[in-house]
Design a protein around this ligand. Structure first.
Ligand code: G6P
Length: 489
């Protein structure tokens, strides 16, 4: 605890998420290097500073030997991270299987993978068993590090079973659970064979949070329709026990981006990029290479724009950063080939000996390079088919102080509810509409761009990750106090 004179000790927080903010790469028998992990959850939580926080999660590697486990535990301790060691079989069934082949597509309204539908149905039980086992392994690590008064904050669809495991062990533990994806309509959730068990496990938490009011509403109606429980304005009630359910829209650490833009390193990169793309408007997509991000649809919309706007062909370039993710899951492998095929075809069709319309990178960029790219962009394309929130849209806005570029944003991203008035909203499935929005964005006058930008900039700089975490944790503390008072009455 922070024992500085005159200052109250900071709230101890155990953040539990499937993935740690750093992924480990083995360099030798007992030596490791750590790299920042990708994804919205990590980028938001890295912006949360005001707690005495420890992060518990999987380091993204299989470490079967004790020497390796000990060395990695020590390396992670310096980053206030505590590893959960999962073996290959568990990772295969729990992470690749139940989490990313079943829950992820279902929560994003994509259904089960078409070709594997029957195989997935057959392996369902064993994957669900592995899911529960993995969640219990996370719980064991939490129990080992828990101190009375700690707030335990569980994150995301990987850990829906965790609140129950924790409360079964210690009813007094303050447990919150937050979902970073959409929670789908109850009509979708009810197709899950494990629908009731998952809902009941989540309801063991004291506070359950979502990015938007709609996701919270879907969750409450799943509990009322599937479990027959009572939904109240505060949440869900089961035999006198209330689980608070509410929306807590996430944000980013906008200052980190704004500060980075002023550094010499980023300024040099900005000048290089300006030089590189002189005379052309820059359009940008930054996504994990995931089917929910709608990358093929986005590129097809860009192709349509080029088809219909011949005068723009040598005046615009689309930079698509596609960070590889979940590469052991067959659906993701298929997506990679599909995207490469489409990009190759369009570049063959519209490219010249010296330029191509699409620059596609299958890798992540370091932070300064990313900030510079955001800063030189004229039009950002965030066209997810579904997305819990989408923080790339926030990061882009934070870096656009000079340029005041246009954000084209999917109406199916949670961010549409916060940045909708400043962005051009599109249905990403409608390629014609997206192509028209590209044209509108490229031709938009300075006055309109400025107005739209300020609307979004104000939101992004005032609704930060820090504020999000503080609100959630203080709400969780209040919820627990109120529940105790109710019991005493
Ligand atoms: C999304 C999820 C996160 C996840 C991230 C990266 O943002 O909500 O929980 O960590 O994707 O995915 P990965 O499977 O690589 O952890």
């Amino acid at each position: 605890c922070d024992k500085q004179e005159g200052k109250p000790p900071r709230q101890r927080l155990l953040v539990v998420a499937n993935r740690l903010p750093v992924s480990a790469v083995r360099r030798g028998e007992d030596s490791w290097s750590l790299e920042i992990s990708a994804g919205g959850l990590v980028s938001a939580l890295l912006g949360v500073n005001d707690f005495e926080a420890r992060w518990i999660g999987w380091a993204g590697v299989n470490v079967p030997d004790e020497v390796g486990q000990k060395a990695l535990t020590e390396a992670l301790a310096e980053k206030r991270c505590i590893p959960v060691f999962l073996d290959e079989e568990i990772v295969h069934q729990y992470y690749n299987g139940y989490c990313n082949n079943i829950l992820w597509p279902l929560f994003h309204y994509l259904g089960l993978p078409q070709e594997d539908r029957l195989a997935t149905t057959r392996s369902f039980q064993s994957q669900f068993a592995a899911y529960k086992k993995a969640n219990q392994m996370f719980a064991d690590v939490v129990n080992k590090h828990y101190e009375e008064g700690d707030v335990v904050w569980c994150h995301d669809y990987h850990l829906m079973f965790l609140p129950k495991c924790l409360k079964d062990h210690n009813r007094k533990m303050k447990v919150g659970w937050f979902l970073h994806t959409p929670f789908p309509s109850s009509e979708i959730h009810r197709t899950l064979p494990s629908r009731s068990e998952l809902l009941r496990s989540v309801l063991a938490a004291d506070l359950v949070g979502f990015h938007t009011y709609d996701y919270a509403r879907h969750f409450v109606s799943a509990c009322t329709r599937i479990l027959g429980l009572e939904g109240t304005p505060e949440g869900v009630e089961d035999q006198g026990k209330l689980t608070r359910v509410a929306a807590f829209p996430i944000g980013i650490d906008s200052d980190r981006f704004i500060r980075a833009l002023k550094t010499a390193e980023v300024q040099v990169r900005i000048e290089e990029l300006k030089d590189r793309f002189k005379g052309r408007k820059v359009m940008l997509g930054v996504d994990r290479l995931d089917m929910i991000k709608g990358i093929p649809q986005k590129i097809l919309a860009f192709e349509k724009f080029l088809e219909e706007n011949t005068d723009w062909r040598d005046k615009v370039v689309l930079l698509q950063i596609a960070v590889p993710t979940r590469t052991d899951v067959p659906e993701y492998q298929k997506l990679t080939s599909q995207v490469h095929e489409i990009v190759g075809r369009i570049n063959g069709r519209f490219g010249t000996l010296t330029t191509v319309p699409i620059h596609h990178l299958d890798r992540s960029l370091d932070f300064p390079a990313l900030c510079a790219l955001y800063a030189v962009t004229d039009v950002a394309l965030v066209t997810s088919l579904r997305d819990g929130m989408n923080l790339v849209s926030y990061e882009f806005v934070a870096c656009q102080d000079a340029k005041k570029g246009v954000l084209i944003l999917s109406e199916f991203a949670g961010a549409a509810q916060s940045l909708g008035a400043g962005a051009l909203l599109v249905n990403p499935w409608n390629i014609t509409e997206v192509a028209k929005s590209i044209e509108r964005a490229l031709k938009m006058g300075a006055e309109e761009r400025e107005k739209r930008h300020w609307h979004n900039f104000l939101h992004v700089t005032t609704h930060t990750a820090q504020e999000w975490a503080e609100t959630f944790v203080s709400e969780l503390n209040d919820t627990v106090v109120e529940a105790e008072l109710r019991i005493r009455q």
